[in-house]
Design a protein around this ligand. Sequence first.
Ligand code: NAD
Length: 326
Amino acid sequence: KGSVKMAGLGLRELGGTGLRVTSVSFGASPLGNVFGNVKEEDAIASVHEAARLGINYFDVSPYYGDTLAEMVLGKALKTMPIPRESYVVSTKCGRYGSGFDFGAERVTRSVDESLARLNLDYVDIIICHDIEFGSLDQIVNETVPALQKLKESGKVRHIGISGLPLNIYRYVLDRAPKGAVEVILSYCHHSLNDTSLLELVPYLQDKGVGIISASPLSMGLLSGQGYPEWHPAPSELKAACAQATEVCKAQGKSIAQLALQYALRNRDIATTLVGMSSVDVVRENVKTAIEVEQSTANIDEELLQQVEQILQPVKNMTWPSGREEN
Ligand code: NAD
């Protein structure tokens, strides 16, 4: 009593999971070198700095860098500066360097393999990775039930699904037993150039499903640092994002900061996963998140309007992902 609370990142409920997560969270795919090579010591330092600054949610997958991201994150978790019960880890199953397999046997084995790499004895959330590449009926009838067994054994605490097309979420959530799928991880649909995730928010809230939004920088298109060669966006979208980037640069402003401010402003989204792999970027993004939370962010509304105008012709433009029938 009477002590002055340090201004920091607050926590938000993740649907009905009982988990509370920070508005900005740590996407560990860059630790698998998917956005360029990262030194292991820098990767580990960035995870530890994130934890020290209050970020309490870390996401990874065995797919990122063909298990490399999990191994590097695992090394960082081994010497984490905060206790295990104070942070949340999600990893994924069903997507691997070798391809897709959402079968019960594979995902069950996958969780054990991930736990070993992560140096953990449980993960808080297990997410079926990019389910549009599999059979959605298999996800409902086989994958989720297999993960529910792992929940009983204590190896996983909550179950989620991820993927690009937004229709996959209703398909699975309308068919899986109530409460079986507790979170969704959507990506590239809540950013300066794409807000299509918002249409799904009332439905998800109604179901009590936690909303994780990833890639607020549109997987690098809005990073100001260029994007990876594998980026699947149509060239029209890439060109518009490049133009918006130039407009920011010409005014000495960071498009990454603007994009993050924009994504974090919406409090219906429990948490926004940003790919990070350097201490400086972690510090910058935490600072931005705290400013947005405390409404002290100096969002440059004029610049935002200019950028939105440039992006208007490509608004909500996306790209094909997964099997055609999905
Ligand atoms: P992102 O939009 O977060 O962009 C990441 C890129 O932006 C990286 O190159 C990073 O170094 C750079 N960056 C971050 N902050 C910056 C800043 N302040 N200034 C300049 N550059 C900055 O895309 P992402 O990494 O693909 O998405 C975030 C995370 O979400 C992933 O790491 C992953 O954990 C998760 N994700 C999951 C899925 C899925 O489940 N299918 C898909 C996409 C992302």
